[in-house]
Design a protein around this ligand. Sequence first.
Ligand code: UD1
Ligand code: UDP
Length: 357
Amino acid sequence: MKIAVIVGARPQFIKAAVVSHALAARPELTEVMVHTGQHYDDNMSAIFFRELDIPEPAYNLGIGAGGHGEQTGRMLIELERVLLAERPDWVLVYGDTNSTLAGALAATKLHIPVAHVEAGLRSFNRRMPEEVNRVVTDHVANLLFVPTELGRTNLLHEGVPPAQIRLIGDVMYDAALFYGAQAAARSDMLGRLELTPRNYILATVHRPENTDDGRRLRALFEGLAQVAERYRVVLPLHPRTRGALARERVPENSLARLDIIEPVGYLDMLQLEQNAALIASDSGGIQKEAYFFRVPCVTLRNETEWVELVESGWNRICPPLTAEAVARAVAAALAAPRGREADFYGDGRAAEHIVDA
Ligand code: UD1
Ligand code: UDP
């Protein structure tokens, strides 16, 4: 059986890594990996293939950046060509990016069944491009792998047939367990940045709702600069945010107080996460990684898809509307008791369950 796996953005390389290893262990299954080229810088793409031992993609479509219509449209055109040539039995897509949407649409129009990993998540905010991508992908997919019980509930409410839904846990948990165990030996990030464990905050920012709104972006960075009066704040800077900081005139004296670094590889990121006092981020994946390593988290958004982390006390939502709100949320999370323990994300063998299905 031939399975075409479509990836394109940083979090998808990490998710695909563990599934790719599980597929390789089954001689009856052949993986054809297709990279749309949505992310293309070395530290946003190639570094993950090198470090995580993912085979070189069979295709790189080189699509790159563009408006939603342009980027997704170009992916559709190129993916259709690849799928017609390869004729896979299944197409596997991950998450909620434009690469996910294009992969799902291209396949379904060719009557190739689609499997969606990380199905069923909802923010209920249709202004997020990811929300539109998820809803459309889930409704054309034939096999929907949900990471949490809530994912299943969301899909049932939308009328997805129960037989198509599989609750298998979260592949990001598999990845964090597997690569997390290697991070101490394979990364010297703390040494390079002269950080001591639990003595710094790790932050990331890349959501358009924060980067493309000057007031939110300034509040967020000025809030982190206030936090930096007490803790070092390490911030691997997403390329979208680099552009936004220049455009929105975020004050230099705020930026100068932060340890802003280039995006890092996954092993370096895991080491930074494992040893942080707290993580402040608008990332989807990083909220969960904070929990995997039992580090408190502040989510710099209006809402989250991963509500179980808020309900259990590991995560708190802070819309970055003022600098004071950001600084207060970080201080409150640092002072709060630990959250409740639970196995929210499965047994660490989600990739095997996917391959079995
Ligand atoms: C995309 C996903 C988002 C995901 C994120 C992970 C969509 C709609 N968004 O957002 O869901 O959370 O990836 O990081 O699919 N750029 C570079 N170099 C790169 C990649 C991007 O310079 O290697 C710049 C480009 O100028 C581009 C901008 O970053 O315009 C945004 O990239 P894009 O892939 O469109 O969206 P992300 O913000 O990365
Ligand atoms: N990540 C990384 N290096 C970085 C920032 C993030 O390896 O400099 C990893 C992070 O550990 C997580 C994934 O990238 O596994 C999250 O990606 P991102 O925040 O870009 O996207 P999202 O999860 O919000 O879609």
